[in-house]
Design a protein around this ligand. Structure first.
Ligand code: FES
Ligand code: FES
Length: 182
């Protein structure tokens, strides 16, 4: 099976010391600007905490072993595989999921560009692709096609929508650059 590989290394986090568990305990997560208190086992992945405890199902569980990218969320603005992180590792950090992108009923420009460029077929990989593109544009507002391809290299699209995904990213970059105040 094809394997997605991120071009950039994911951020390292310190595991809280002393190590907790194995029984359930309280943890605090900050997701899309909101604070949440959960009662979870230390082995609970961030992906399961988001999907099953917080009901944020935009991040998808594809492989559950770090090879597809459908679970991509942002940790302090950087894309990570939520299936490979423990929820407790993420205490004290800001998590952004696809549910946090639209503001005031308005889609984020990257979301809009994906629709306008028809950058999806089944849509299963789409939340992760959009978050990887958002992270890229936050860091590099004027990316090349090559930059976009590197940014989504950790997100597998089985439908082969990559040409449209690249066009959507470049379109979003242009739209953001033309926004007043930038
Ligand atoms: S679910 Fe496939 S990388 Fe996380
Ligand atoms: S749109 Fe189907 S996997 Fe990407």
């Amino acid at each position: 099976m094809a394997k997605a590989v991120r071009a950039e290394p994911e951020p390292e986090l310190e595991v809280p010391v002393p190590v907790r568990g194995p029984e359930r305990g309280p943890i605090k997560l900050r997701v899309n600007g909101e604070k949440h208190e959960l009662w979870v086992e230390p082995r609970r992945t961030l992906l399961d905490a988001l999907r099953d405890d917080l009901g944020l199902t935009g991040a998808k569980k594809g492989c559950d072993e770090g090879t597809c990218g459908t679970c991509t969320v942002l940790l302090d603005g950087k894309p990570i595989y939520a299936c490979l992180r423990l929820a407790i590792e993420c205490e004290g950090h800001e998590i952004t999921t696809i549910e946090g992108l639209a503001q005031g009923g308005e889609l984020h420009p990257v979301q809009r560009a994906f629709i306008e460029e028809d950058a999806l077929q089944c849509g299963f990989c789409t939340p992760g692709q959009i978050l990887s593109v958002k992270a890229l544009l936050d860091e590099n507002p004027n990316p090349t096609e090559e930059d976009v391809r590197r940014a989504v290299s950790g997100n597998l699209c089985r439908c082969g929508a990559y040409p449209h995904i690249v066009r959507a990213a470049l379109r979003a970059a242009k739209g953001l650059a033309e926004r007043p105040g930038r």
